[in-house]
Design a protein around this ligand. Structure first.
Ligand code: FAD
Ligand code: SF4
Length: 497
C-alpha cells in the first residue's frame, strides 16, 4: 500500500466504455482503448491492505489481490504479473469476463465502492504480455507420461497448461474447428476480442501443448481407445446441453437457442461468414432468459441491426442496494445491474419500460403464435408473482419474429458417444459424477469444469482446470504434486451466479 490514505482520497473509477452510439456500430471490445492503464496506479492504491482480505477468499482462484495491488501501486509490474500468474493462468480472460465476486467481498465495499480489482487484474495481464513478463514456460524435463484433455474451454486449457508445464505430454481434443470453448463461439467479440485467446494459445503451443481440433471424442475417435492410448484422460467438455421451453408454438420457424444464434455471429466476426443466417437485422427480437447469455444475445442483436429487442426475465426486478439480511457482505448479492448490452438496447429507443431498459421482469412465456407460413410472429406472456403464479389479467403479446432461448444448460452433451463409450456415471442432475479428487468411476479418467460442476463461470473453470491438473499429476507420479491447486474445498457453495 504505497498510499495509506488512497481509499479516503481517491474515488473508484472504472475502465470507461466507449459511447453507445459508437460501439454498437462495430464488434470491437466495448472499452475505450488505452484508457485503462493511466487509471490503475491510483485505483490499486485504494486497496487498504486490510489484513483479512475477504476478496482473496471470495475469488475462486484465491488470487493474491492485496499483494498485486501493492506491487502495482509501487510500479513493480513484473512482480505483479508474477504474483497474478501464480494463481491464475488466464487473467486477461477473467479481467474482462469475470463478474468479480472478489469486489463484492472487498472490505472497502462494506461502506464504500470496492477497489476495481478486476480492472487491475486486466491491466497487469495485458501489460505482462506487452512487456514480455509472461513468456512461454516450457518444462525443463519431460516425464514420459501422456494426458488427453477433451475440450478446449477455459477448464481444458488451464488443465493442459498446468500439466504441460509439469512435464507431461498433453494433447487437447476439440470437436470445434477452433480452440476456446464458450470463449470462442459463445461469448461475443465485444466482451472479449478473440486476439486475447489467440495470444494465450500461442503461448501454450510454444510450451509444447498439442491441439487436435475438429475431433469429437466419441464420434471421430473412440473414447475407450483414447483412454488406452494415454496414461490419463481429463474430460472438460462443458455443459452444452441446453434447456428447452416446451410451450405451444415452440415448433414455429424463427425460434432458436442462444447457442445456435451466438456461434454464427461469432463466425461472422472471425471471417467465416459474410452474414449470419440467423441475423437479427430488421427483426423484432425477444430473448427468453434474463441471464448473461441473454444479455450477450441482446448486444449481438443490437449490433446486427434489430428493429427492436426485449429480454424477458422470470424473476422480479432486484433492488439496487444489497439486502443486508438476505445477502450480507461479503456474499455476492443479486442486484439490479445495467450491463453494457442493456445500455445499448435502451439506446436503440425500443425499450419497453420507462427507465430505458430492454428487460421485462417477472415475465413468463405462455406460447408463441405465427403466420400462415409457420413463422413466429408473437410471443404471449403473463406477469408472475414471486411464487411464479400468473397475475390475473396481465397476459399480453409482444411482436416477435426472432425468438432466442437463453434458459441455461443442464449438463454435458450425451449424444456424442463419449459418456457411453467410457461407461461414465452421471449425477441425477445430468453432470458427470466424480469424487473430491476429480476422479470419475473409470480409473485414470478425471472430470472438471462445467461438465462436472454444472453451468458456471470462467473463473471456476480455470480453478477447476488447475485443481484437476494437480490431481492428475498426483495420479501419474504416484506421489505429491508440485502443481498448486487453488485454495478452498471444491464442493463449497458458489459465491457468485
Ligand atoms: C453465451 C455465454 C456467455 C458467457 N459469458 C460468461 C462471462 O461473461 N463470464 C463468465 O465468467 N462466464 C461466462 N459464461 C460461462 C462460461 O463460458 C463457462 O462457465 C465456461 O466456458 C466453462 O468452461 P469449460 O471449459 O468447462 O466448458 P466450455 O467452455 O463449454 O468448453 C467445452 C469444450 O469442449 C468441447 N467438447 C464437448 N464435447 C466434446 C467431445 N466429445 N470431443 C471434443 N470436444 C468436445 C466443446 O466443443 C467446447 O469447446 C458464458 C456462457 C455462455 C453460454
Ligand atoms: S478472477 Fe474474478 S474473482 Fe478472482 S480476482 Fe479476478 S475478477 Fe476477482
Amino acid at each position: 500500500m504505497a498510499d495509506p490514505k488512497g481509499f479516503l482520497t481517491t474515488p473508484r473509477r472504472e475502465w470507461p466504455r466507449r459511447p453507445v452510439e459508437e460501439r454498437v456500430r462495430d464488434w470491437d471490445e466495448m472499452y475505450v482503448p488505452g484508457a485503462l492503464l493511466p487509471l490503475i496506479g491510483p485505483q490499486a492504491d485504494r486497496c487498504m491492505d486490510c489484513g483479512v482480505p475477504f476478496c482473496h477468499e471470495a475469488c475462486p482462484l484465491g488470487n493474491l489481490i492485496p499483494e498485486w495491488n501493492d506491487l502495482v501501486s509501487r510500479d513493480d509490474w513484473r512482480a505483479a504479473a508474477e504474483r497474478l500468474h501464480a494463481t491464475n493462468n488466464f487473467p486477461e480472460f477473467t479481467g474482462r469476463l469475470c463478474p468479480a465476486p472478489c469486489e463484492a467481498g472487498c472490505v472497502l465495499a462494506i461502506n464504500q465502492p470496492a477497489v476495481t480489482i478486476k480492472n487491475v487484474e486486466c491491466a497487469i495481464a495485458d501489460r505482462a504480455f506487452e512487456e514480455g513478463f509472461a513468456p512461454p514456460a516450457p518444462p525443463e524435463r519431460l516425464s514420459g507420461r501422456t494426458v488427453a484433455v477433451i475440450g478446449s474451454g477455459p477448464t481444458g486449457l488451464a488443465a493442459a497448461q498446468q500439466l504441460t508445464r509439469a512435464g507431461h505430454t498433453v494433447a487437447v481434443y476439440e470437436r470445434d474447428d477452433r480452440i476456446g470453448g464458450l470463449m470462442r463461439y459463445g461469448i461475443p467479440e465485444f466482451k472479449m476480442e478473440k486476439r486475447h485467446l489467440e495470444r494465450r494459445i500461442g503461448q501454450m503451443r510454444a510450451e509444447g501443448t498439442k491441439f487436435r481440433t475438429g475431433t469429437a471424442v466419441g464420434r471421430d475417435v473412440d473414447a475407450a481407445a483414447l483412454r488406452h492410448r494415454y496414461d490419463a484422460v481429463v474430460i472438460a467438455t462443458g455443459a452444452t446441453a441446453w434447456r428447452e421451453l416446451p410451450v405451444p408454438g415452440r415448433g414455429l420457424t424463427g425460434i432458436h437457442q442462444a447457442m445456435e444464434y451466438l456461434p454464427l455471429a461469432n463466425r461472422v466476426c472471425q471471417g467465416d461468414l459474410e452474414v449470419s443466417p440467423l441475423s437479427a437485422a430488421g427483426r423484432h427480437v425477444v430473448i427468453v432468459g434474463g441471464g448473461d447469455t441473454g444479455a450477450d444475445c441482446l448486444g449481438t442483436a443490437v449490433r446486427e441491426g434489430a428493429a427492436s429487442v426485449t429480454q424477458l426475465d422470470i424473476y422480479g426486478r432486484p433492488g439496487t442496494e444489497r439486502d443486508e439480511d438476505a445477502e450480507p457482505w461479503p456474499t455476492y448479492p443479486r442486484l439490479y445491474r445495467l450491463s453494457a448490452a442493456h445500455e445499448e438496447a435502451g439506446e436503440l429507443g425500443t425499450a419497453p419500460s420507462a427507465d430505458a431498459d430492454a428487460r421485462l421482469f417477472a415475465a413468463s412465456t405462455l406460447r408463441f403464435s405465427g403466420d400462415a407460413d409457420g413463422r413466429v410472429r408473437w410471443l404471449h406472456l403473463v406477469e408472475v408473482d414471486a411464487e411464479r403464479r400468473a397475475v390475473p389479467g396481465s397476459e399480453r403479446a409482444l411482436p416477435a419474429d426472432l425468438v432466442l432461448l437463453a434458459l441455461g444448460f443442464s449438463g454435458p452433451d450425451r449424444e456424442d458417444g463419449l459418456i457411453a463409450q467410457l461407461g461414465l456415471e452421471l449425477e441425477p442432475r445430468g453432470t458427470l459424477a466424480r469424487d473430491v479428487g476429480f476422479a470419475t468411476n473409470v480409473p485414470g479418467v478425471f472430470a472438471a469444469g462445467d461438465a462436472a460442476r454444472g453451468q458456471s463461470l470462467i473463473v471456476w473453470a480455470i480453478a477447476e482446470g488447475r485443481a484437476v491438473a494437480a490431481a492428475v499429476d498426483r495420479h501419474l507420479t504416484g506421489g505429491a504434486s508440485r502443481l498448486p491447486a487453488p485454495i478452498g474445498p471444491y464442493d463449497r457453495p458458489m459465491t457468485a451466479p
